[in-house]
Design a binder for this molecule. Structure first.
Ligand code: SF4
Length: 259
């Protein structure tokens, strides 16, 4: 069954507590999901629903649709704080991600020069030079790191690549020292006969060590907000999340946002 969230290439604007008024760019298909992870909590559903039929949006089409939307918004005098790459999967898997980023930045400069460009990425493509160079051009890189323990990432985020290791990703994330935002989903639950809980002491300690190594400009902790494809997951309540966030901020010296 198809459970993707976004049925358009350009969606919104939506109001995000953290980012403000955000216009979304979905490079992945309108009717299926393509991702290098298959997270148990993915709002777009499991990869098993299939990649759909529409494929990645061609670069020229993304630029045309975005320009139409930005020009209409500017004509109406609408507010825009940020253009955000998000969608039904991982945006950096787009075959011309770097070209799309260039177009989006140039359209932003033309229509809303004060708006930011943000990318939500699962951090699996940072080893690709073109992807890394494109990410270096945007204002906000929001980079996923849900656990610094391999077995937890395998259970929770379920990377497609058999060679995936947390150590490699942490090494790649260091290029965003002082600039990137590391985003961590905190949760607990059951899956496949295993207990998952990245709020455990061992997990938080490993994350703190990783955050120190990466030294991002900010850490963002969040919890489940919508129904998840795995029904056996538990939302971490705001107070507990705030307590974990406060500890991480004290022990790393990096600002922590809790959503
Ligand atoms: S990385 Fe993002 S899009 Fe991919 S499965 Fe995880 S939550 Fe979904």
């Amino acid at each position: 069954m198809q459970t993707v969230l976004f049925h358009e290439t350009i969606f919104g604007p939506i109001h995000s507590r953290r980012l403000g008024t955000s216009l979304g760019v979905n490079l992945t298909p309108d009717d299926g999901k393509i991702c290098s992870f298959d997270c148990l909590y993915c709002e777009a559903g499991f990869n098993a629903q299939g990649p759909g039929t529409t494929g990645f949006s061609p670069r020229q089409e993304v630029a045309r649709l975005l320009e139409d939307r930005l020009s209409a918004m500017r004509e109406r005098g609408d507010r825009l704080d940020v253009i955000t790459f998000s969608g039904n999967g991982e945006p950096t898997l787009h075959p011309d991600f770097a070209g799309v980023v260039d177009d989006v930045i140039s359209l932003r400069d033309r229509y809303y020069p004060d708006a930011k460009v943000s990318v939500l990425t699962n951090s699996t493509r940072l080893g690709d030079n073109a992807v890394a160079a494109a990410l270096a051009k945007v204002d906000n890189n929001i980079l996923k790191l849900d656990s610094a323990i391999d077995s937890t990432v395998r259970l929770l985020d379920r990377p497609n690549a058999p060679g995936f290791t947390v150590e490699k990703v942490i090494g790649q994330l260091r290029q965003f020292a002082g600039t990137g935002i590391i985003q961590t989903m905190m949760l607990r639950g059951q899956w496949d006969g295993c207990h998952i809980d990245n709020t455990r002491e061992e997990e938080v300690e490993a994350l703190i060590k990783a955050y120190r190594e990466i030294a991002p400009r900010e850490i963002m902790l969040y919890s489940i907000d919508r129904p998840t494809p795995a029904r056996t997951l538990e939302k971490i309540q705001a107070e507990e999340l705030r307590t974990i966030g406060a500890r991480i901020q004290v022990e790393t010296g990096i600002p922590v946002q809790v959503n």
